[in-house]
Design a protein around this ligand. Structure first.
Ligand code: UDP
Length: 415
């Protein structure tokens, strides 16, 4: 079992009042009190890389500050296991994958081993995504309430893989999805809770133009040329090759540069291959900067997002897309595929531009580069949309209400 060590300075819960108002923080404190004596144990498959780790790294310390005993542990697995779970991930997103009976046995075996070795310490066991879903076998012995949190767009899953995962999901007390069309036919309670970003984290806080310039210098980027950026793990579902193709179309008529920045996640064995393919496709074009970024490069990502003229998110499938939220919070115009949770964020022509193809992405990028006023209008609306809907304070409130509601038989909560 691994445990995250939180040692860098964090914003204090009261600091968020300057962003969302003091009463929102008072609400959180009142709700948190209702959970005194309950421990909440989050379990997922990685401490670094990807949106789930990103959220937990902020959520857990803030819950602790509110006096809620929240913990975060990860399961252990070898490359073979994460190879199988990556196939699950792709198949649940609707991609065709061959999953053998050996794959399923390995999945069950690793979950069983983790179930034996993990210390289950929470009244509420909060399991994230499919990798640890089968831990629920321990429900009779440990924990009072079990929640399964799905961060994936499961609106059109491969049926066989979904049925396999569903067999475990039905044993939980509740399931949480990010968007209405991801919900499923289940005999348990379902909650809709969208993800969030932390406005005071290193990734999202205000930074000076000196810091931004120094990051541009570090990566050899030309300050005078508009930057189009996609910040994402190197994953087929993020379509980095499609990003390069769209950029090449834009570059024919506008002098600009592309930044494709991202690292790997410890639970994603495919990233090296996707990175190589992206490099091959970029074929030494001096205007394309492929930047492998190590974990923890939050200030660098913040600076790259702030330095960009347009942020692209050309995903083929997307559970939510925190990278979109991060860009929108920074007042950036976003061009993003009309898929999954992105559609909760980008309201076309109001908080960004949605695209349906490589050509469509290129067209929208050109439009934004040649019309800064329009880009600014979308960016401003984007920031407000995030302030109202996708900040961590709203997410904390939803989670606290979810935890409390599990202890009440009806949907009525007396505060
Ligand atoms: N991210 C990061 N380093 C990288 C690539 C991504 O810190 O090299 C962060 C990114 O800023 C965002 C999260 O990881 O906060 C990715 O979440 P998202 O929902 O966009 O996609 P996921 O990776 O979960 O599919």
């Amino acid at each position: 079992m691994e445990r995250e060590i939180v040692h860098h300075p964090r914003a204090k819960i009261q600091d968020y009042a300057s962003v969302v108002g003091a009463s929102a923080i008072e609400d959180l404190r009142a709700l948190a009190e209702k959970l005194s004596g309950k421990a909440i144990q989050n379990i997922n498959s990685t401490f670094t890389g990807g949106g789930v780790a990103e959220i937990l790294a902020r959520m857990v310390p803030l819950l602790n500050q509110l006096g809620v005993d929240a913990k975060w542990t990860t399961i252990k697995g070898n490359d073979e296991f994460f190879g199988v779970t990556k196939k699950f991930h792709n198949a649940l997103h609707g991609r065709a994958e061959h999953i053998s009976s050996e794959d399923l046995s390995l999945f069950l075996e690793v979950n069983k081993k983790n179930a034996e070795e993990l210390e289950f310490e929470g009244g509420i066991i909060f399991v994230h995504d499919p990798q640890p879903v089968a831990l629920v076998a321990k429900k009779k012995e440990c924990g009072e309430k079990w929640i399964w949190r799905c961060h994936i767009d499961v609106s059109k899953p491969d049926r066989k893989v979904w049925e396999f995962v569903r067999n475990f999901v039905v044993d939980y007390d509740a399931a949480v999805f990010s968007a209405p069309n991801f919900t499923q036919q289940l005999p348990i309670r379902q909650f809709l809770i969208s993800p969030s970003i932390d406005p005071l984290s290193d990734k999202n806080k205000e930074i000076s133009s000196e810091v931004i310039d120094s990051v541009l210098g570090k990566y050899g980027l030309d300050k005078g040329k508009p930057i189009i950026a996609q910040i994402s793990r190197f994953d087929y579902l993020k379509d980095p090759v499609g990003v390069i193709q769209a950029f090449e179309m834009v570059r024919k008529s506008i002098d600009c540069q592309l930044v494709l920045a991202g690292g790997a996640a410890t639970d994603d064995p495919e990233s090296e291959k996707v990175l190589e393919e992206s490099r091959d496709r970029a074929s030494n074009n001096p205007d394309i900067h492929i930047l492998p970024i190590p974990p923890g490069s939050d200030i660098e990502i913040n600076a790259l997002q702030r330095a960009s003229a347009v942020i692209l998110q050309k995903s083929i499938k997307e559970g939510f897309g925190l990278t979109v939220t991060e860009a929108m919070w920074k007042g950036k115009p976003v061009v993003a595929s009309a898929v999954g949770g992105i559609q909760l964020q980008v309201k076309n022509k109001f908080t960004g531009l949605l695209c349906h193809s490589i050509e469509g992405a290129a067209y929208s990028i050109k439009r934004l580069l040649s019309n800064p006023e329009y880009a600014d209008y979308l960016g401003k609306n984007a920031r407000e949309h995030v302030r109202q809907n996708f900040l961590i304070t709203r997410h904390l409130k939803d989670y606290l209400l979810l935890f409390i509601s599990l202890y009440y038989p009806s949907d009525i909560i007396y505060l």
